[in-house]
Write a protein that binds this ligand. Structure first.
Ligand SMILES: Nc1ncnc2c1ncn2[C@@H]1O[C@H](COP(=O)(O)OP(=O)(O)O)[C@@H](O)[C@H]1O
Ligand SMILES: O=P(O)(O)OC[C@H](O)CO
Length: 502
């Protein structure tokens, strides 16, 4: 009997590692998931144990692989997608990491980034070359920190003994038995070291962050041959054929292949990616310019808006305030009110991301009265996520881009009330796809393309199907204005605090 082809996608996220096996029509054949430990050594520091990343990734890949093959399918290729920016440094001979993975959320290098910014022209040069801001979010300052703080690391790096990689690179190193030190163009584009116009590592940026060129991986297209699995990983050699950072993979899984198409993912945080075509569009409004995907050596670019807190605010309602028992409860509570009754939340629990980039801001609630109850607070939380998206789209509009609709995914968009409110705030149609696992699906599509399982992007695009279209109804212009006042007040309060502290 001829076995049906399928693709294994490994999705290494911030809080869990997941493996999914997809049929060529996008159907889900097998899923395995494992959470792992978050390490918070100090305020603002976030680390992962590299062994946890590797073990959970391998175990879930093996489990999903066996399940799919047990059902009579044949895994033809592997796609990898990952939490971006998170930084690992390991010994090229032994594979031994010299330090824990420093996670994208980690702010330990804030002072170093401020110091670099004070050099005339440094920030402009970083933005012009890497498309990013000079911010602790990205990998470069995290590498510098490791080299400057781990005993002996700087000397070993200068001797060419150490390798740097984002999580994709680290996984491929291990999957291929330490033979491949590679990454893809989307992950490279999140390091602050990669010139997105030339699509090469940039010597000036490497020097600025004091990173030896011998540490960085080779950069390949998103659909390319990354090597094959070593003996003992799966029951036979399987080629690794597709790689993209998780937000870019989600945009690919949402089939945002054409200029002007945009997706927004609502998980722990929220990340909007707008395809801007074959030339990089450098934002004048503090959005990021990044590689959406690179195929056949040709990059397609994107503008990105990153919001650090979305579903995390709902988790706070559940686990911190304990005013809901489940995230799903927020839907009925928000819908139980005719309006927000004047209550606004600015969920700046870890500062504000795009377009404000204000690390000092802290979350605030405005407009409460004695009549305010949990429904108002819940509703203000959900509304704030939509208002933040409106801020991103307004910044995109100021950069001259005007998408006609928005594709959404992520754990939060099962909440119909939230998605309808989003459509109302944006005054744009919002589409939710049938397959919501767009991140893993995007990685599988990339692997399928390079394995020749799909002939073209238009063939891939047939996989995307709409579950529901949310049409914009009543405008929320008045509420949006009030939200912006709340953001201003939140930021002013943070500035006051800084001057109080001298
Ligand atoms: N029905 C819902 N309404 C509002 N928020 C939700 C709902 N379901 C899940 N969430 C939120 O979505 C997030 C989980 O989404 P997910 O895409 O799995 O996140 P991640 O991949 O970042 O871990 C959680 O923060 C949770 O609070
Ligand atoms: O792992 P996630 O889904 O929280 O995504 C993290 C992003 O890639 C950070 O830029």
């Amino acid at each position: 009997m001829l076995k049906k082809c399928c693709i294994l996608a490994m999705d290494q996220g911030t809080t869990s590692s997941r493996a999914m096996v997809f049929g060529l029509d996008g159907s889900v054949i097998a899923v395995a998931q494992q959470e792992f430990r978050q390490i918070y050594p100090h305020d603002g520091w976030v680390e992962h144990d590299p062994a946890d990343i590797w073990k959970t990734s391998l175990a879930t890949a093996q489990q999903a692989f066996q399940e799919a093959e047990g059902k009579g399918f044949s895994v033809e290729a592997i796609g990898i997608t990952n939490q971006r920016e998170t930084t690992l440094v390991w010994d090229k001979k032994t594979g031994e990491p010299v330090y824990n993975a420093i996670v994208w959320q980690d702010r330990r290098t804030a002072a170093e980034c401020r110091r670099l910014k004070s050099d005339a022209g440094a920030e402009e040069s970083v933005q012009q070359k890497s498309g990013l801001l000079l911010d602790p979010y990205f990998s470069a300052s995290k590498i510098t920190w490791i080299l400057d703080n781990v005993e002996g690391a700087r000397v070993r790096a200068d001797n060419g003994e150490l390798a740097f990689g984002t999580v994709d690179s680290f996984l491929i190193w291990h999957l291929t038995g330490g033979t491949q030190h590679v990454t893809d163009a989307t992950n490279a584009s999140r390091t602050n070291l990669f010139n997105i116009t030339t699509q090469c590592w940039d010597q000036e940026l490497l020097s600025l962050f004091k990173v030896p060129a011998s540490m960085v991986p080779e950069v390949l297209d998103c659909a390319a041959q990354y090597g094959v699995t070593a003996e003992g990983i799966l029951n036979r050699e399987i080629p690794i054929m597709g790689v993209a950072g998780d937000q870019q993979a989600a945009a690919f899984g949402q089939c945002c292949f054409d200029k002007g198409t945009i997706k927004s993912t609502y998980g722990t945080g929220c990340f909007a990616i707008l395809n801007t075509g074959s030339e990089p569009l450098f934002s004048k409004n503090r959005l990021l310019t990044t590689t959406a995907f690179r195929l056949g050596g040709k990059p397609t670019y994107a503008l990105e808006g990153s919001i650090f807190i979305a579903g995390a605010a709902v988790q706070w309602l559940r686990d911190g305030l304990k005013i809901v028992q489940s995230a799903a409860e927020t839907e009925d509570l928000a819908a139980s009110l005719k309006s927000n009754n004047g209550v606004y939340m600015v969920p700046a629990f870890t500062g504000l991301g795009a377009p404000y980039w204000d690390p000092e801001a802290r979350a605030s609630l405005f407009g409460m009265t004695r009549a305010t109850g949990k429904a108002e607070i819940v509703r203000a939380t959900l509304e704030s996520i939509c208002f933040q998206t409106a801020d991103l789209l307004e910044a995109m509009a100021a950069d001259g881009t005007h998408p006609a609709d928005l594709r959404v995914d992520g754990g939060m968009v099962g909440n119909d009330w939230l998605v309808q409110f989003l459509a109302d705030v944006l005054q744009l149609p919002v589409s939710r796809p049938v397959i919501m696992e767009t991140t893993a699906l995007g990685a599988a599509m990339l692997a399928g393309l390079s394995a020749g399982l799909y002939g073209s992007l238009s063939e891939v695009a047939k996989i995307w199907q709409q579950d529901r279209l949310f049409k914009p109804a009543a405008s929320k212009a008045k509420e949006l204005t009030r939200w912006r006042h709340a953001v201003e007040a939140t930021r002013a309060f943070a500035r006051d605090g800084m001057s109080d502290e001298g």
